[in-house]
Design a protein around this ligand. Structure first.
Ligand SMILES: C[S@@+](CC[C@H](N)C(=O)[O-])C[C@H]1O[C@@H](n2cnc3c(N)ncnc32)[C@H](O)[C@@H]1O
Length: 304
């Protein structure tokens, strides 16, 4: 977002005044616009009210300076103006991304039934302090989100490649030139099911990183899982059904882990933690919303 204004306010009339004094001349007369409003805190109005008032203010401001009434298009606007209210502060800005969220990547050609949000996968890679000089292993890789995000990061392939950004309509399709890194990296992805392994390979191919990742079939409960860094997203209860099977899976999987750093996201954090306590030390956990689930990311240090 390109911030145009941030100010304290106390009611809807003040929101109108703040938005109206902004210069919207960067919008071309033939372009349409929409307001997208977000509201955090207790107010006697809704985000729809903010949208209505701010929309009118943009129209009035433009009409005053250019003598033209801007068109509103709520579904496919050329320009999106964000008016976010956080308690008693109003933030007005140009949305440079657009309505398609950044976590929606272009490379997903195989749809795993329980894919990890790619932005969370990317954060987990950062939490692990992984870089191309360390080996990385996801032993339950599903559609391959974690290995693919890692490969994209260290190969310098922008995650916004091949997508439209809202700012193109205002400033043109200006994209920075980034030199791709083709160094050798050790990135591995494993899944129990051939179908997912094949799907992960297809996703990696579509992401342009197939030659950087080694995907193979295997069972995380049956073999030692070794790498400098292990990052994974094991199955959770909703899909497995039985707590007994889940406990068995988690206990064996945790016993097999051998790495300098392990980062795991799971909604079954109590079960995972109960096994972790006997095995590793030096860990912390971060609460995250994973779909509708209350999940934790564990960042685990060295072996006892
Ligand atoms: C939550 S999904 C992972 C999703 C993945 N992160 C993605 O973005 O597509 C969990 C994966 O673990 C796999 N799995 C379950 N039990 C396993 C085991 N014993 N060994 C290896 N993989 C297993 C499942 O097949 C499933 O693909």
């Amino acid at each position: 977002m390109i911030l145009l204004e941030s100010k304290k306010f106390s009611n809807l009339e003040e929101i109108y005044k703040i938005v109206k004094q902004i210069d919207f001349d960067f919008i071309k007369p033939e372009q349409s616009f929409a307001i997208r409003a977000l509201r955090v805190g207790e107010h006697d109005f809704t985000s729809i009210d903010i949208g209505r008032v701010a929309g009118q203010a943009v129209i009035d401001s433009y009409k005053e300076s250019k003598g033209i009434r801007l068109k509103v298009n709520l579904d496919e606007p050329d320009v999106i103006i964000r008016t976010d209210v956080i308690h008693n502060e109003l933030y007005v800005g140009i949305d440079t991304t657009g309505d398609d969220a950044l976590h929606k990547r272009w490379y997903r050609v195989y749809n795993h039934p329980a894919p990890l949000n790619s932005a969370i996968a990317s954060c987990m890679i950062r939490l692990a302090n992984w870089n191309k000089n360390k080996s990385l292993f996801d032993p339950m890789c599903g559609g391959g989100t974690i290995p693919i995000e890692a490969a994209l990061k260290e190969r310098n392939i922008p995650i916004g490649k091949n997508r439209e950004f809202a700012y193109f309509k205002l400033y043109g399709k200006i994209l920075p030139y980034i030199e791709e890194n083709r160094e050798f990296m050790e990135i591995y992805g494993m899944d129990k099911f051939k179908k997912h392994v094949n799907g992960a390979i297809r996703n990696a191919e579509s992401a342009g990183v197939k030659d950087t990742i080694n995907f193979f079939q295997g069972d995380a409960t049956l073999k030692k899982l070794e790498a400098d860094i292990i990052i994974t997203n094991p199955p959770y209860g909703l899909r497995i059904g039985s707590k007994r099977i889940l406990k068995d899976l988690y206990s064996k999987f945790v016993e097999n882990l051998f790495a300098d750093k392990i980062v795991v996201i799971t909604a079954e954090y109590k079960i995972f933690e109960s096994f972790l306590e006997n095995h590793y030390y030096d860990y912390y956990k971060i609460p995250v919303k994973y779909g509708n689930l209350d999940a934790r990311i564990f960042v685990v240090g060295k072996l006892k």
